[in-house]
Design a protein around this ligand. Structure first.
Ligand code: ADP
Length: 346
């Protein structure tokens, strides 16, 4: 028997005139899995999400929700008949309805006692027990988003879809709401696809991170794998600061100025290092260069070092070791860290 997954997208294509917003994306979600879809503005994230939710129709390919075809060119199930819960950036609560009435909106037609129990349960899941009598204007922005989350979760959808759910909130609230979202999804065992342009958010929230570029899914993998073993230089650079060092191949070995590059094939031309892979050293080992940029990060100094070979690498220095622009320093790989071979962008 084949397993029924919450979501299966197969070669989905959606164009607007000449603009191919989604150009053949295949992705599926496992039970209880949270996938964060990330990529630069205009890469097709929202269009993919809207097609899954039924707000756009596909030009080609198919989408299944909990095993049922909801879009394949012939069949097209309208949004309200898909088992999905939607949460957008703007919490679209009904302003004239109480929290209870908002959360119970998708439960119309069920017995009163069952609705009340479910509303209580959902408000507990988003830590808003006791708020049922309030109106949206009596809530903070973060609380309104949590009510929107409770409302979307109440009918037990097969899949939750979030489009930039935290984008309208300030940094601290975003972090707090993100934890509420993850714990509500875990508590209800709901699979979710979360669209964000924020790479830190994607790495923090996803069991898997799906990186899109120009309508294509470039890599979908664990946060650790996309960050430390990126599919190509685009993924490497998009997910965080990275330096790329040319590789010289010879005698079956691949080396950069910082030493051997394990795992490089004879056709790999560059190796990636992230700032936390590189340290400044006063010892005689390492490669010498000049500090060209210094930025305070609180826990560390970020420094850019132009090596005497002409290549620049980003490095972190402990906050007590204040580097100055123009200093001559040596850099080396932190013990246990490796240079990662990366492929060029197609
Ligand atoms: P993202 O969410 O990654 O920012 P979108 O999915 O919103 O990207 O957009 C992908 C591409 O499709 C962009 O070039 C955008 O301008 C275009 N697009 C999205 N929606 C429409 C629409 N309704 N009509 C025309 N073009 C659109």
């Amino acid at each position: 028997m084949t397993e029924v997954l919450p979501l299966e997208v197969d070669r989905a294509v959606k164009a607007f005139g000449d603009t191919v917003a989604v150009g053949g994306v295949t992705v599926s979600l496992d039970h209880r899995e949270i996938i964060a879809v990330v990529g630069p503005s205009g890469c097709g994230k929202s269009t993919l999400l809207r097609a899954i939710g039924g707000l756009e129709s596909l030009d080609d390919g198919s989408i299944r929700l909990a095993g049922l075809v909801v879009d394949d060119g012939d069949t097209r199930v309208p949004p309200e008949r898909r088992s999905v819960g939607l949460v957008f950036q703007e919490h679209a609560l009904f302003p004239h309805l109480t929290v209870h009435a908002n959360v119970s909106f998708g439960l119309r037609g069920r017995p009163r006692a069952e609705v009340d129990d479910r509303v209580d349960e959902m408000l507990g899941v988003v830590s808003l027990a006791g708020y049922e009598g309030r109106y949206p204007h009596e809530l903070s922005g973060g609380e309104r988003q949590r009510v929107a989350l409770a409302r979307a979760l109440a009918p037990s959808p097969a899949l939750m879809l979030f489009d930039e759910p935290f984008a309208s909130l300030d940094r601290n609230l975003r972090d707090e709401l993100r934890r509420h979202v993850v714990s509500a999804l875990r508590a209800t065992g709901t699979a979710a696809l979360i669209v964000t342009h924020d790479q830190h958010e994607a790495l923090a929230i996803g069991d898997r991170v799906a990186v899109m570029r120009s309508g294509r899914l470039v890599q979908a993998d664990s946060p650790d794998a996309v960050f430390h073993s990126p599919a190509d230089e685009f993924v490497a650079a998009f997910l965080g600061e990275a330096s790329f060092l040319p590789i010289e191949n010879g005698d079956g070995t691949a080396v950069s100025v910082l030493g051997p590059v394990p795992g490089a094939s004879s056709t790999t031309h560059r190796a990636m290092v992230r700032p936390d892979d590189i340290e400044l050293t006063d010892e005689h080992e390492g490669v010498e260069g000049e500090i060209t940029e210094v930025e305070y990060r609180g826990t560390h100094w970020f420094v850019d070092v132009r090596l005497d070979h002409g290549i620049s690498v980003g490095a972190l220095a402990p906050h007590l070791d204040r580097p100055e622009i123009g200093d001559r320093r040596r850099v080396r790989l932190v013990a246990g860290h490796a240079q990662v071979p990366v492929e060029p962008v197609d």
